[in-house]
Design a protein around this ligand. Structure first.
Ligand code: ZN
Length: 310
């Protein structure tokens, strides 16, 4: 049977039940007052699907309140189709494709895909490299930051006008975390490393000057000399940043192939998408259905209005 023939992709009631089961694993919770006992599902032909009434605060609610689905007119089963398509495609899906496949307007598709990306965002409460694990750190440039103009006569040269991304990969857990940064100064990069990497970690970077002091701040600091063509340390082969280079190549292929025009303001959401896909990849035992389920669990507390993403 095709995965897409499942009821929650076609039937609105089944779609609500599917979402409720994942967001309220222990039964409905009133989003207004937090009561999880005194409520009941409202019936009747005039009641909207998935409406509950809370007897503590007397307010009605649905599972959409406080999630990326709030105030959206798109049917829940279409949201589930979009989530599955985005979660199961290796490089992501453009808004144009969603618009054509789901039969919704391009504007709706664009808004929907940004909200779904928001649901993929990991708030990053865990630190990398706990228990002395290894964390690779590297930066990359992607597209142009149109808020900045190229400087000087040699137009297009240099990296000042490009978007800059700092990524970390924890080799033990296989998780990645990416952050958009304004520049590559030590004063910008190091605080991010201190906030996201455990002191007992072994940190791997290239030879960039910004990282030279890391040996004092972390249990170990290994670096390769990319400038001299060295990608793996000849003395200690565990010193390299090849895992993160692999992550960047997936990210770049995806950004070039699917999302050609990504403004600086939206880049963090695309990064959340690529981090999410990497962190829920097949090699870590996550299949397409699990990945869509994990995405769905992230919809809570990520409400995004049209104004905030414009
Ligand atoms: Zn209530």
């Amino acid at each position: 049977m095709s995965i897409l023939s499942q009821a929650h992709f076609h039937n609105e009631e089944a779609a609500y039940a599917f979402v409720e089961k994942r967001i309220w694993p222990r039964g409905p919770v009133c989003p207004h007052c937090g009561d999880c006992e005194r409520n009941s599902k409202m019936g009747g032909a005039s009641t909207r699907i998935g409406t509950y009434k809370c007897y503590s605060c007397r307010k009605p609610f649905t599972v959409k309140v406080g999630t990326i689905f709030e105030a959206s007119h798109i049917k829940m089963h279409l949201w589930l189709q979009a989530i599955f398509l985005i979660a199961s495609s290796k490089k992501g899906i453009s808004s144009n494709q969603l618009h054509r496949t789901l039969g919704i307007t391009l504007k709706s598709a664009w808004f929907m895909s940004h909200r779904i990306r928001e649901a993929m965002r990991n708030d990053g409460l865990t630190v990398f490299g706990e228990d002395g694990g290894t964390v690779e750190v590297d930066e990359t440039f992607i597209g142009r930051d149109f808020n900045k103009k190229p400087k000087g006569e040699k137009k297009g040269r240099g990296y000042d006008h490009k978007n800059k991304v700092l990524s970390l990969v924890d080799r033990t857990t296989g998780q990645a975390r990416s952050i958009v940064v304004d520049d590559l100064k030590k004063s910008t990069l190091l605080p991010i490393l201190y906030a996201n990497i455990a002191r007992e970690a072994k940190v791997m970077t290239d030879e960039a000057a910004q990282y030279q002091q890391l040996g004092k701040d972390f249990a170990e600091h290994g670096f390769t000399r990319h400038g001299q063509g060295q990608y793996v340390c000849s003395v200690n082969p565990s010193v390299h940043t090849n895992t993160i280079e692999g992550f960047f190549s997936i990210f770049k292929r995806g950004m070039k192939g699917v999302y050609q025009h990504c403004g600086h303001n939206h880049l963090n959401r695309y990064l959340a998408e690529f981090d999410f896909r990497y962190n829920n990849r097949v090699a870590l035992g996550v299949n397409d259905t699990d990945r869509a389920d994990n995405l769905l669990r992230g919809v809570v507390g990520k409400r995004l209005t049209y104004q905030t993403i414009n």
